[in-house]
Design a protein around this ligand. Structure first.
Ligand SMILES: Cc1ncc(COP(=O)(O)O)c(C=O)c1O
Length: 436
């Protein structure tokens, strides 16, 4: 029996529910959820490191909602704190002091003075660009080829561009991600490859006086995991300062995960603006844009509006995550477990002779089915997507969601995962590897 047939045999209730969902939900999916073949499974409940589907199958979860749940599912501290907050009201439409407390935690961790809360990563990156344009009075931005920085028109560009359209690697062509992005917007989004300071330098020089900001995800986490090469981020900082251009770190995926203060902390680089979301909210919708006071305060009466921004539930989830769950001890454990998972995968791959590489930083990592290290989008492009699918379904059939679905994603380990679970994950991979 093929792995897909085994999957179908285990997930009949999900199959029925998916048929019903397709009638009223676009693509059968309510919002963001991977729609993989033959069909996605439906979740019944989740707790700790585990998730159970509607057919009663249990999975050890390393997707953790695309890396949001570094505290794991239904962390007892989160459940208790949110219950208390529910009793005090869900949203006020007036100030509440907990926003200051949560912002202070962000200011302690990141090299920023002021914070403004949003509801998602896309809002944070959208506002980061708006703030940069407002502050510099310039309009162009540079984004990295292959990076995903949210769905704002000016950023939803060259996310996974078709290789026939990308142009020369020295001057990548901006390619809109799908239809609906106005051509007029594209003229202000310039594209540069990751880990290539020379091309960035040329792009900045050729457009001197017109560029508001460079936006970079300091570790690319939407093409597997692509860490910056030694010195790249520091050189980028120096270059943007010389060229009088703001540097925005999109820390939506890296922030508070690879280190307490995200990539700024891990690599010791200070950008001008940081966009945060995902893990800072412990599972509730939240984002933040943060930076020097003179930049963030610039929003003034024009505002960073959002009915739900800084809502008491999300803010309390953020405070609990940063103050009570992500302690120093938690980071040591995450680092230890993360390194064990990566080195375990490497050993198994070497023993088997499989064409694959493992890339990651601490609790975040991935397996890329290719025979060379990946340092930018174009090197990622030849990763074997079919093998990534097969690996995922095979692991799923054995009770492990090994990472988020797709060759462009990665795994995360939560504070509720155990050493035994990491060993079980590796044992399962050992079983699966021969079929790859
Ligand atoms: C690096 C990065 N930036 C921005 C976003 C957008 O965040 P959200 O989905 O919360 O809008 C994502 C989402 O995956 C992301 O990975």
């Amino acid at each position: 029996m093929s792995e897909e047939e085994t999957y179908v045999g285990r997930t009949q209730t999900s199959s029925d529910l998916y048929k019903k969902a397709q009638k009223v939900l676009s693509g059968g999916v309510g919002g963001s959820a991977p729609s993989f073949d033959p069909y996605p499974f439906f979740v019944d409940r989740a707790e700790g490191s585990k998730l159970r589907d509607v057919d009663g199958n249990e999975y050890c979860d390393y997707n953790l909602c695309w890396g949001v749940l570094i505290g794991g599912h239904a962390h007892p501290k989160m459940v208790e704190g949110l219950k208390k907050q529910l009793e005090r009201g869900t949203i006020y439409g007036f100030l509440h002091d907990n926003s200051r407390v949560a912002a202070e935690e962000i200011v302690k961790r990141f090299p920023v003075e002021k914070v403004r809360f949003t509801n998602s990563g896309s809002e944070s990156t959208l506002y980061a660009v708006r703030l940069a344009r407002r502050y510099t009075k310039k309009e162009k931005i540079v984004k990295i080829e292959g990076a995903y920085d949210g769905v704002a028109d000016s950023l939803h560009v060259s996310k996974i561009p078709d290789l026939s359209k990308v142009g020369p690697k020295e001057r990548p062509t901006p390619v809109p991600h799908g239809k609906g992005i106005p051509r007029g917007v594209l003229k202000d989004t310039l594209i540069a490859p990751f880990n290539d300071i020379e091309v960035m330098q040329d792009v900045l020089r050729e457009n001197r006086g017109d560029i508001a900001a460079v936006m970079v995800e300091p570790v690319m986490m939407n093409k597997g995991v692509i860490p910056p090469e030694e010195g790249y981020l520091a050189e980028l900082r120096k270059l943007t300062e010389e060229e009088n251009v703001l540097l925005i770190f999109d820390e939506v995926k890296t922030g508070v995960k690879i280190a307490p203060g995200g990539a700024c902390d891990y690599y010791g680089v200070e950008p001008d603006i940081i966009a945060l979301a995902k893990a800072i909210g412990g599972g509730l919708p939240i984002g933040a844009v943060a930076g020097r006071g003179e930049i963030i305060d610039g929003v003034g009466p024009e505002g960073l509006f959002g009915t739900y921004s800084s809502n008491p539930l999300s803010i309390e989830a953020c405070r609990i995550t940063l103050q009570e769950i992500l302690t120093g001890k938690a980071y040591s454990k995450l680092e230890r477990l993360g390194n064990r998972l990566m080195s375990g995968y490497e050993d198994i791959i070497e023993d088997d002779g499989l064409k694959a590489v493992v890339q990651g930083v601490n609790a975040v990592g991935d397996i890329l089915f290719t025979d060379h290290p990946v340092t930018n989008f174009r090197e990622w492009a030849d990763v074997d997507k079919e093998k990534a699918h097969h690996y995922w379904i095979a692991m799923l059939n054995r009770g492990i969601i090994p990472m988020s679905y797709g060759a462009d994603e990665e795994w995360l380990i939560s504070v509720q995962h155990t050493e035994e679970e990491i060993e079980e994950h590796l044992e399962t991979f050992k079983e699966v590897v021969s079929g790859l």
